[in-house]
Write a protein that binds this ligand. Structure first.
Ligand code: AMP
Ligand code: GLY
Length: 426
């Protein structure tokens, strides 16, 4: 089969690396891709947010059998619906289901209606009323722009001053554009033990009838060591989550994952694809922080390398609503991804810096913001690449990853030194 993956980032490179292992895959394509995806797939230079352009490309390439939508934006504008209307088979939710990520207000209403545990919240489109609510609740408090904002539309405010300032930025100055037309104001949840940051990402395959969690991962979202500094798209990940147990998984399946799948069905919004549960272990039990309608980035980089089952088999089973027939198996051990970023990210940073790669040892490089210019590998984004290593445990995997990090270089390379040691006890 010929498969096209849509997106540019590390997630898409990781999906392609997993698909490449499938015996049934003949040729891979990536729209638009990066320098890494170009090594294993044909990069397609079409803007995937331009639906007419995508349709024209798809019509001209009937040899492509299957489409995997990696990125969130094209899901939110209904790319799956458009491709299905052309008779194409896809992995990814339709527009009416992708709203679970595209609107935080929708997600909160869903959880409220179906009693899925999450932080208490209210949604506002009126600045005056929002301000009144913030003042009544006091700090700490969390503000979230309703729409998609590249993972940056969430402000965790420790003081009332920060909250008032943040509300102004989102609703009046429109820092996140139209994503901030509505704002969700939320209770600040507290971690159970290692406050702050007892979070776990649980990604699940679902066809609307069955939901199957993958192995767990933890993401370091803050830019600096010790989980400090502004939020980013993710500075590194490790799998599995150290506090995850079978018992916890059973509880989460019963109270969160199955109820979410059923809730979407009951709303006439059956979700088919990868449903991502951002969860926090709090003093009130496991609660939902956010939903995403697609694979996480950089979680995918540490999850898919551990998958033993053919990924294309799983994708097609989801499309054909026979996921219950597939046995999904994972390797034992652990996996760590250290993200190498451009100095200055997530604010301003340079692009076009020449990348040199030396001896890597037993790791793989998953590209994100990379390109080839005049025959040279260069930086082309904030998060440039992930160094992914497996080991018998997280310690071994992180040791291998960091050993390789020193052999990859460009001017002003930046990375966190503490990926994978977030939850060490004591
Ligand atoms: P999100 O983009 O929704 O994942 O939020 C980004 C980060 O903000 C999360 O990973 C949490 O660390 C933090 N966060 C979001 N909502 C809350 C909340 N209600 N209480 C505490 N922290 C939160
Ligand atoms: N790593 C968080 C996300 O993909 O949204």
């Amino acid at each position: 089969m010929n498969v096209l993956v849509i997106g540019n980032g590390g997630r898409e490179h990781a999906i392609l690396l997993a698909l490449r292992k499938s015996k049934r895959v003949e040729k891979l394509y990536c729209m638009k891709g990066n320098a890494g995806t170009a090594q294993i797939a044909e990069n397609v230079d079409v803007d995937y947010m331009d639906i007419a352009a995508v349709k024209a490309y798809v019509t001209a390439h009937p040899e492509i059998d299957y489409f995997v939508i990696g990125a969130d934006d094209p899901l939110a504008i209904g790319l799956v619906d458009e491709l299905e209307a052309m008779g194409k088979r896809c992995f990814g939710p339709r527009k009416n289901a992708a709203v679970i990520e595209a609107s935080k207000a929708f997600a909160k209403e869903l959880m409220k209606k179906y009693k899925i545990p999450t932080a208490e919240s209210q949604t506002f489109d009126d600045y005056g009323k929002a301000l009144e609510y913030v003042r009544a609740k006091g700090a700490p408090i969390v503000l979230k722009a309703d729409g998609l904002a590249l993972g940056k539309g969430v402000l965790v405010c420790d003081t009332l001053e920060q909250a008032e300032e943040g509300l102004k930025e989102i609703m009046l100055e429109k820092t996140f554009g139209s994503a901030g037309a509505k704002v969700v104001i939320e209770e600040c949840m507290r971690g159970l033990k290692y406050t702050p940051g007892e979070e776990v990402s649980v990604l699940a395959f679902t066809d609307g009838k069955t939901i199957v969690p993958m192995i767990t991962a933890c993401d370091h979202k803050r830019v600096n060591d010790g989980d400090t500094g502004p939020n980013t798209g993710g500075m590194g990940t490790f799998s599995p989550c150290p506090f995850w147990t079978e018992k916890l998984e059973k509880q989460v399946m019963k109270k969160i994952m199955i109820p979410t799948m059923k809730a979407m069905n009951a709303e006439g919004r059956t979700f088919k694809g990868c449903l991502y549960f951002g969860l926090m272990r709090t003093d009130k039990g496991m609660r939902v922080v956010e939903y995403n309608s697609r694979f996480g980035d950089p979680e995918t980089q540490v999850i898919l390398p551990m998958l033993k089952t053919d990924l294309l088999d799983v994708f097609e089973a989801v499309t054909e609503e026979r996921l219950s027939d597939v046995k999904i198996e994972w390797e034992d051990g652990a996996c760590v991804c250290v993200v190498l970023a451009s100095g200055g990210y997530p604010l301003s940073y340079a692009k076009g810096k020449k990348i040199t790669v030396g001896n890597l040892g037993d790791v793989s490089l998953v590209h994100a913001g990379t390109a080839v210019k005049n025959g040279n590998l260069v930086t082309a984004g904030g998060r440039v690449m992930g160094v992914v290593a497996k080991g018998k445990d997280i310690e071994e995997a992180r040791g291998k990853a960091y050993a390789a990090v020193d052999n990859i270089d460009w001017e002003n390379k930046y990375y966190r030194k503490d990926i994978g040691i977030k939850y060490r006890e004591g």
